[in-house]
Every structure is written in C-alpha cells, then in structure tokens.
Design a protein around this ligand. Structure first.
Ligand SMILES: [Zn+2]
Length: 304
C-alpha cells in the first residue's frame, strides 16, 4: 500500500484509501467524526502515576508496543439548525516530528465540507492538538469573517499565565503549548465568544465547562429526538475506562481530571448515551458500561 496520497505537504487527498470519516445522526443533528491523524508519543504519557510494570502490562494486553503509543486525534463536525459547527481543529503543524497528524483540512475537503461553510468553532480546550488546525497558514483567510469561536472564559484566562507544575510531558511540549495558545488568542480574539458554565451553540448542541484536564476544559452534549451523544474532548483516554485514576501527562490538574472523568463516565453509563472523545481510537463511537469499580468502552455497532 502506498502512503503517497497521504503526504503531509501534499494538497488535496480526496482519494485516500481510508477516508477517515464516520457519519451518524443524533435525532435531527448530523454528526461527522473526522480523524486529524495520529500522534505518536512516549507511552509513559498514558499514566505517569502508574507502576511502569502495570502500564506495560496494560499495553501488552492491548497488543500494543511498549514504548510508544499512537493517539487518535478525532475532530467532530455537527450540523444543527442551519449552523455548521467544528468541534476542535486538530494539530495543524504546531509541533515538529508528528507528521501523521494535521490532516483535518484535507479530510474536510474530501468530505465536501468547505471551511467557509463553518459558522462556529467550539474548543474543548486550548492545547495545540485542538487549536492547531486554525493556525495553519492560509486557513484563517478561508474562514468566514463572522465565524464564532466558543470556549470557556476560564480557558482563555488560564492561558494568559498557564500552570505546568503538575504535567508530565515530553521535552519541548510545554513551550510549544504556550506558544500555540498565545498565538491563537492573538489571532482569534475578536471572534471568540466565551461562556462561564455552558452555552447552547445551536439547537440541541450545548458546550459545558467541566474543568479537569485544563481549568476551562469543556465537553459538548448533543441531544435531539431522544438520542444523545457526548463529545468528551480530553476527559477520557483509552486507558481511562479500566484505569480512570491514572494521570495523563497532559493534565494540568490530574487529581481534578480523574475526579471529573469518573463523574462523566458514571453519568454516561447511567444515560446509556453515545460517547466520542478526541484521543479514543477512531471513530471512537461507543457507550460506557460499569465494570466493577471501573468502566468498559462498548463500541457502537456499525449500522450504515
Ligand atoms: Zn488532546
């Protein structure tokens, strides 16, 4: 199999062998999960408070290699009430050495979604793998001038003076995250619409601040015609079902992040609604089951 048609620098890749998009409907709301690619990072990021042997055993049980982990990078497009809403924007080209990410623009194009048709962007938080897509050269010019960018006020405030004292990231990441967030605030400030606790972006599309991963981290709740789906951003990772108490290296307040994670997973297990999260393996559409004192991710059945 050739990978030529997925070259990072190459324009339009509408003929990718794997389209990397997954459509579903939540009542009247159209939902499209689009992969921005994958981020290959050291496995230790998965759980910096776990016994390395236990972490290695988890990877082995999942048939994964011991040293690096490929993080999925899912973005969601939602259409409701005449609005087209992009939830997070992928990595763009914000960090060197992650050439398999930053595909969002190409994959939106391949899906027939023009950037100029996007009316709203919702940011779960301001890490570069969530805002980077809007910082790629030329993207801003293709967006509508009246685009609204929604995020929690607490998130914008946090990045004015971010605290990295509880994270465990690879070298270079804290500086790069600071730089990207600062650039984003500078470039998009006039279009930002901040909210305190929650905001209804379109009918049945509500962004709600949870905190945890970052102080202004938010999730997006979709509800229409009795169907429900939650986009959990970075509250839930692949290890988070079995080991919700494991601290992810990118969490700025890992204790709070674990507490919020457990609360959300309990709620989703009770409501039986669908879950999609940024870094769960594409397309990540699943339901949450309780398994003893932890959880289980039950993939949704293909029904197209
Ligand atoms: Zn992330």
């Amino acid at each position: 199999m050739s990978s030529d048609n997925t070259s990072h620098s190459g324009r339009a890749a509408p003929d990718e062998l794997v389209p990397s998009r997954y459509a579903l409907r939540i009542g009247e709301i159209d939902v499209l999960v689009v992969s921005d690619g994958v981020l290959t990072l050291p496995s230790a990021m998965l759980a910096h408070n776990a016994d390395p042997a236990v972490r290695a055993a988890w990877l082995d049980d999942m048939f994964l290699p011991p040293d690096t982990f490929d993080w999925a990078l899912n973005v969601v497009v939602v259409r409701s009430g005449g609005r087209t809403i992009l939830i997070d924007t992928g990595m763009g080209v914000e960090f060197p050495g992650l050439p398999r990410s930053g595909r969002l623009a190409l994959r939106l194009e391949a899906a027939g979604i023009d950037l100029a048709s996007v009316t709203d962007v919702v940011l779960t938080h301001m890490h570069m793998d969530h805002v980077g897509g809007l910082l790629v050269d030329g993207v801003r010019d293709r967006l509508r001038p009246d685009l609204r960018v929604h995020l929690a006020a607490a998130e914008a405030e946090f990045w004015a003076s971010p605290d990295f004292s509880h994270v465990s990231m690879p070298p270079g990441f804290p500086d790069a995250l600071r730089r990207s967030a600062t650039r984003f605030l500078n470039e998009y400030r006039s279009q930002m619409r901040t909210f305190e606790t929650e905001y209804e972006v379109a009918p049945g599309v509500v962004v709600r601040r949870t905190g945890g991963h970052t102080p202004g981290h938010s999730v997006v709740r979709l509800a229409s015609g009795g169907d429900r789906l939650t986009f959990a951003g970075d509250l839930v990772f692949e290890v988070g079902f079995e080991h919700p108490e494991w601290y992810n290296g990118f969490e700025h307040d890992p204790e709070e992040a674990a507490r919020v994670r457990v609360g959300l997973l309990r709620e989703l297990a009770a409501t039986r609604e669908l879950l999609v999260a940024t870094h769960l393996s594409f397309p990540s559409v699943c339901r949450v089951a309780v398994a003893g004192d932890a959880f289980r991710c039950v993939p949704a059945f293909w029904d197209y």
